[in-house]
Design a protein around this ligand. Structure first.
Ligand code: CU
Length: 319
């Protein structure tokens, strides 16, 4: 992406070919297109692996096979594919044509469908499961909750009329953080707590893990939720200062950031200390069915002596 931009700028500066510079017949809006055609899919590059971790954690802690395995795979591919055709939703106010506006708006709504299918599958996996509410599960269900709020606010931004109202306001900041920090961050901590005993052969303090999760979650929601409200009232993003009527919500948001940081410290300190001094972990502390739980922790070099085989009725997600 940086490479392409440099080549284009070099073409423009050295050979006088108009790309971005209107004086040479170029168009500065092309730079926005170049940025967003990369940066929208980049978010999916972050969130799709995170969704993979969630799809591993939810079945193990529900002791149930994953609901709609194929639908999860197909929706992953669909998100990755459609994600390349929605970048224009970041540029509704850049002066693009009406046809381009509704096309990008409709395509954006289409990308919501596979995301909703995943949420439905995760919830159906938990339905009537025997839930074990350990730290990885708490992070994973919070991921689903936060991702849903992020997704619904994404529809507000994908719809042309409401987008124009909240464009470039704190609403976008709230939406982005619910998806990328709430989504990817929560999945990251869920995955860390899930595979930690496998990685280090030691278990963290389970009570502190839950305390850290609780502070982090309460802090996160207090930090970013007020920004939806501030954005709807018109507080612009990217300013350090704001009008007096936005003060209370900004203070609440700042308090939330401290609570979240406190939770983050608890989580990080607990994991770092336990990597060295934690109790020795069992091979399969969560009763998972995937292959990593059949080898010692941490796994030996080359993992398996022989190539392992699953039985007919004993797949990685069969409980
Ligand atoms: Cu986007």
């Amino acid at each position: 992406m940086v490479g392409i931009t440099l080549v284009l700028v070099a073409l423009e500066r050295i050979f006088g070919v108009g790309v971005f510079d209107p004086a040479l017949g170029g168009d500065p809006i092309l730079y926005q297109h170049l940025f967003w055609i990369y940066s929208h899919p980049a978010v999916y590059v972050m969130i799709l692996p995170a969704m993979g971790a969630i799809s591993e954690i939810i079945p193990t802690f529900s002791q149930k096979h994953i609901f709609g395995y194929r639908a999860i795979i197909v929706s992953t591919l669909a998100i990755a594919f459609v994600g390349y055709f929605v970048w224009g939703h970041h540029m509704f106010t850049s002066g693009m044509s009406g046809t381009a506006q509704y096309t990008f708006s409709i395509l954006t709504f289409i990308v919501a469908i596979p995301s909703a299918i995943k949420v439905f599958n995760w919830i159906s996996t938990m339905h009537k499961g025997s839930i074990n509410p350990e730290a990885p599960f708490l992070w994973a269900v919070t991921f689903i909750f936060v991702f849903m709020i992020g997704g619904f606010s994404g529809l507000v931004l994908g719809a042309l009329a409401t987008n124009v109202h909240v464009h470039d306001t704190a609403f976008v900041v709230a939406h982005f953080h619910f998806i990328v920090f709430g989504g990817v961050g929560f999945a990251f901590f869920g995955a860390m707590h899930y595979w930690f005993p496998k990685m280090f052969g030691r278990m963290y303090d389970k009570v502190w893990a839950k305390v850290g999760w609780a502070f982090f979650t309460i802090g996160f929601l207090t930090l970013y939720s007020p920004m939806f409200y501030l954005g709807m009232l018109g507080m612009p993003r990217r300013y350090y200062d704001y009008l007096p009527e936005f003060h209370a919500a900004n203070i609440l948001s700042s308090l939330g950031s401290w609570v979240m940081t406190f939770g983050l410290l608890i989580v990080v300190i607990n994991l770092f200390r336990s990597a060295k001094n934690g109790a020795i972990a069992e091979i399969n502390p969560w009763h998972g069915k995937t292959l990593e739980w059949t080898v010692p922790s941490p796994p030996p070099v080359e993992n398996f002596d022989e190539i392992p085989v699953y039985g007919e009725k004993d797949g990685p997600y069969e409980y």
